[in-house]
Design a protein around this ligand. Structure first.
Ligand code: CP
Length: 313
């Protein structure tokens, strides 16, 4: 079953702190591999990974594909828009078909919350959730945690603000589930219409004022406004959102002196984050992409059971 003992990685809610630490530690040698001239090790030779994305993606789908290739697995992407899904094939039948071709891992993104959980119950292949509706995006949260760890040296006890469209954000939920296991002080900041009711039950503090919420934080994680998931108008206008919630260098000055900024991408520049901040060396948006490949290599490696000596040579 591999070094990661679960069959599937569907979310961080039920993953133990020790499992997260193992994944993050394994990403360290993986990141070394992708900075080499020859980015290839034989660890997952003979394994098959299929990306099944029912929603658009640049970062997650490409980084999983490259992560698999750097580890010598055979990786392919099912183009859902050109597949038999368009002829009415059910999710269950599509997944069974891919399983019967010998897929060891399905990496799946779906607009419906819970779709990867349903798939995981109906296939013997291992399933990685690459984002399901507004539920979870565990590999994004893991790469965010890895990026924080690289810059801060620890996750324990940090003050972390997540800003923006919390209501529709699977990234926010997975970050909250993951980081709360490390004793972080978690704050969510946004207009009340974009904050889920009862989110305090997850152990976070809610702020509607950007300046108050950012005071003294170590990390600012800025979220994308997800227009595609909003039913109706949840804030009066883009101009008003920008006025009240766009994070700029002026806001970074309110945070701790060595605070850093994360953004999962894709960014809406000039709406949730200013270009000046996005381009600043304290914004890790580009580094997060590289870290995402390393973290996904670690996940694939641990789930598909590569041996320890296969990553070092
Ligand atoms: N952050 C993220 O999930 O980006 P993509 O939608 O491009 O995969």
């Amino acid at each position: 079953m591999g070094l990661f003992k679960r069959k599937d990685l569907l979310g961080l809610r039920n993953v133990e702190k020790e499992e997260i630490k193992t994944l993050l530690e394994t990403a360290v040698p993986m990141r070394d591999i992708i900075t080499r001239a020859i980015k290839k090790v034989p660890a997952l030779k003979g394994k098959a990974i299929v990306n099944v994305f029912y929603e658009n993606s640049t970062r997650t789908s490409t980084s999983f594909e490259l992560a698999g290739k750097y580890l010598s697995a055979d990786t392919i992407n099912l183009s859902v828009s050109r597949s038999s899904v368009q002829k009415g094939e059910s999710l269950k039948d599509t997944i069974k078909t891919i399983e019967m071709m010998g897929a060891d891992i399905l990496v799946m993104r779906h607009p419906s919350s819970g779709a990867p959980h349903y798939v995981a119950r109906n296939t013997s292949a291992r399933v990685i959730n690459a984002g399901d509706g507004i539920n979870e995006h565990p590999t994004q949260a893991l790469l965010d945690m890895y990026s924080i760890l690289r810059h801060k040296g620890t996750l324990e006890g940090l003050k972390i603000a997540i800003v923006g469209d919390i209501l529709h954000s699977r990234v926010a939920r997975s970050n909250i589930f993951g980081l709360s296991k490390f004793g972080c002080e978690l704050r969510v900041i946004g207009p009340s219409t974009l904050i889920p009711s009862n989110i305090e039950k997850l152990g976070v503090k809610v702020y509607s004022n950007l300046e108050s919420g950012l005071r003294d934080v170590d990390i600012i994680n800025v979220l994308r406004i997800q227009k595609e998931r909003q039913q109706g108008v949840l804030f009066p206008s883009v101009d008003e959102y920008q006025e009240l919630y766009m994070v700029t260098p002026r806001h970074l000055d309110l945070a701790a002196d060595d605070a850093i900024v994360l953004h999962p991408g894709p960014m809406n520049r000039g709406i949730e984050i200013s270009t000046e901040l996005a381009e600043s060396p304290r914004c890790l948006v580009n580094e997060q992409v590289t870290n995402g490949v390393a973290v996904r290599m670690a996940i694939l490696y641990l789930m598909l059971g590569g041996g320890k000596d296969e990553i070092t040579y």
